[in-house]
Write a protein that binds this ligand. Structure first.
Ligand code: G4P
Ligand code: NA
Ligand code: NA
Length: 194
């Protein structure tokens, strides 16, 4: 998505060769118009999939899931993060190891809100190591729901997330794919025409 790539170049801060800070428009302060356009783009890319639900994780996936769900006219659900493992009959849960924080946490979704009839689109802000997204795919599997694919706003293509998810046969649509980055600049996999 051209406008997104331009915004990343303009307002993103490359903190190191692997960390991109986008607090100015995406992770802290949020640009609502850009967010809604991102949701419309995901809805368009997955238009033929008869999606019934959008799934994300708190916190920074929520506004993109909302925008996508509005465009598709379906509900969205956000998985909750918990530090401790709380066993419960009422939720589907999966462990996620965060490499950035060096800790494992639990994500969970109430069984009430995912069913075998659901055709689910996962949406998140970043596709990096894929750890959180793989946790979400596990939850969809446990619910016997159908995973339609993943919409990632920013993909760091030099990390392993895409490869791992593609190996599992998951369709991935990322709106900005970063091949490499450094404080000198950001290289995208392709310059977008749309
Ligand atoms: P992931 O690929 O499955 O997201 O897992 P990873 O452990 O690599 O990432 C941990 C958290 O950091 C995730 O947010 C992810 O979205 C975010 N993240 C990964 N790389 C970057 C980056 O380069 N820049 C920024 N700004 N964020 C990045 P989270 O733990 O789900 O936290 P939240 O912010 O959604 O609450
Ligand atoms: Na996230
Ligand atoms: Na994040």
């Amino acid at each position: 998505m051209k406008e997104l790539q331009e915004r990343i170049v303009q307002d993103g801060k490359v903190l190191s060769e692997s960390v991109l800070k986008v607090d100015a428009f995406l992770n802290h302060q949020v640009d609502p118009q850009l967010t809604m356009k991102i949701g419309e783009r995901f809805a368009q890319l997955f238009a033929d999939e008869k999606i019934t639900k959008v799934l994300t994780i708190e916190a920074s996936g929520i506004h993109f899931a909302l925008a996508t769900a509005v465009a598709l006219g379906v509900p969205f659900v956000y998985a909750k993060k918990k530090k401790a493992v709380t066993l419960s009959e009422e939720v589907y849960s999966a462990p996620v190891h965060s490499f950035t924080r060096q800790e494992t946490y639990q994500i969970s979704v109430s069984k009430q809100y995912l069913s075998p009839d659901d055709r689910v689109l996962i949406v998140d802000d970043f596709l990096a190591t894929g750890a959180a997204l793989i946790g979400l795919t596990q939850i969809i599997k446990d619910a016997n729901a159908h995973l339609v694919g993943i919409g990632a706003v920013i993909e760091k293509s030099f990390q392993e997330g895409r490869g791992l998810l593609e190996q599992a046969g998951v369709r991935i649509e990322s709106l900005a794919r970063i091949a490499s980055m450094s404080p000198e600049g950001i290289q995208f996999i392709q310059a977008e025409s749309v």
